[in-house]
Design a protein around this ligand. Structure first.
Ligand code: IPM
Ligand code: MN
Length: 360
């Protein structure tokens, strides 16, 4: 039927502000296409710690499990960042949620917009036409290995562990995506140093036999960090482990002109969560300057996941319309920047009115 249960986790910092715009837009999509989105809100992150002592209360997890999709804002709070001794931390909530929901693949698309090409600090010739899809493994590796801090603080360690079962599903997903795109897959690793990277290479190499039409390349992560800004157009689909994916996706965001534009989908076998790749940006909280587009495009990825293809297309068209008409926030160096809510309302109105004129 046409009713969808959406778990909404606004979180910390600018999270609630950008998520509010996504809800405005989902409501517009619902009106234009006759869908009903039912929202259930959950606490998460520092906000949840302050209110309940737990960065991911059981109730939030339950809401997420029974939803068709999760819309998430951001978490993080300087009060914790600046206190390395804090035992309970906002990030633990997000990591636990990813793990509990089995969200093994984090998909981060990146492309340039013609009307924003001058806004990137990188040269136009270098970035124009870039179109990359990053597949970041999300529930294993150093983020989830054994951790230890010696009592006197003399030493600490974090174990990076990967098994075949951790690597294989995302590998197939990335190959399949490459087949739908320009048929090139680059595995980013540090196989000249790390055993886990050598395991990745072995497994990815084996899987490659099933995708003879896809060109498979390997690149060490240090070189990849350089190649991404020297010649980003050489990449189509990137596959990488958890921490390398975290780092290179922030780096890659510079190509698009602002990290405030980049969405992501985190998918598992039964659940999926949609979030902007930017964090909680506490300095901007409450100022109405946060760019809602990363969250709004994450909502478009959610519509893809729910197989509401026409609605997803309409949403992306509307975002492009806002960008082309310079209805953008201050991070995109607009001469007359719009506020967070102005951008969201502009996009929501465009969805409603352009759909109406289409049908009438
Ligand atoms: C991200 C974030 C998270 C991560 C943090 C908040 C735990 O940086 O989604 O990229 O490192 O995965
Ligand atoms: Mn990150």
């Amino acid at each position: 039927d046409n009713v969808f249960k959406i778990a909404v986790l606004p979180g910390d910092g600018i999270g609630p502000e950008v998520v509010a715009e996504s809800i405005k837009i989902l409501d517009a999509i619902g009106e234009a296409f006759q869908y009903t989105f039912k929202y259930q809100y959950g606490l998460m992150g520092a906000d949840a710690i302050y209110k309940t002592g737990n960065p991911l209360p059981d109730e939030t997890l339950a809401i997420c499990r029974e939803s068709d999709a999760v819309l998430f804002g951001a978490i993080g709070d300087p009060a914790f960042d600046n206190n390395p001794d804090a035992k309970v931390r906002p990030e633990q909530g997000l990591l636990k949620l990813r793990k509990e929901l089995g969200l093994f693949a984090n998909i981060r698309p990146l492309k340039t917009y013609a009307s924003l090409i001058e806004k990137s600090p990188l040269k136009k010739e270098i970035i124009e036409g870039t179109d990359i899809q990053i597949f970041r493994e999300l529930v294993s590796g150093i983020y989830f290995g054994e951790k230890f801090t010696e009592e006197n603080g003399a030493y600490a360690y974090d174990v990076c562990r990967y098994s075949r079962e951790d690597i294989l599903p995302i590998t197939h997903m990335a190959f399949k995506e490459a087949q739908r795109r320009r048929k090139k897959l680059t595995l980013i690793d540090k196989a000249n140093v790390l055993d886990t990277s050598r395991l990745w290479r072995k497994i990815v190499q084996e899987a490659a036999a099933e995708y003879p039409d896809v060109q498979l390349d390997y690149m060490f992560v240090d070189n990849a960090a350089m190649q991404l800004i020297l010649n980003p157009k050489q990449f189509d689909v990137i596959l990488t482990e958890n921490m390398f994916g975290d780092i290179i996706s922030d780096e890659a965001s510079v190509i698009g002109g602002s990290i405030g534009l980049l969405p992501s989908a985190s998918v598992g076998k039964e659940n999926a969560l949609f979030e902007p790749i930017h964090g909680s940006y506490p300095q901007a909280k409450g100022k109405g300057i946060a760019n809602p587009i990363a969250s709004i495009l994450s909502t478009a990825m959610m519509l893809d996941y729910l197989q509401l293809d026409q609605a997803a297309d309409k949403l992306r068209e509307s975002v492009e319309h806002a960008i082309e008409n310079r209805y953008v926030t201050v991070d995109l160096k607009a001469e007359q920047p719009c506020s967070t809510t102005e951008v969201g309302s502009f996009i929501a109105d465009y969805i409603k009115y352009s759909e109406k004129s289409y049908y009438n």
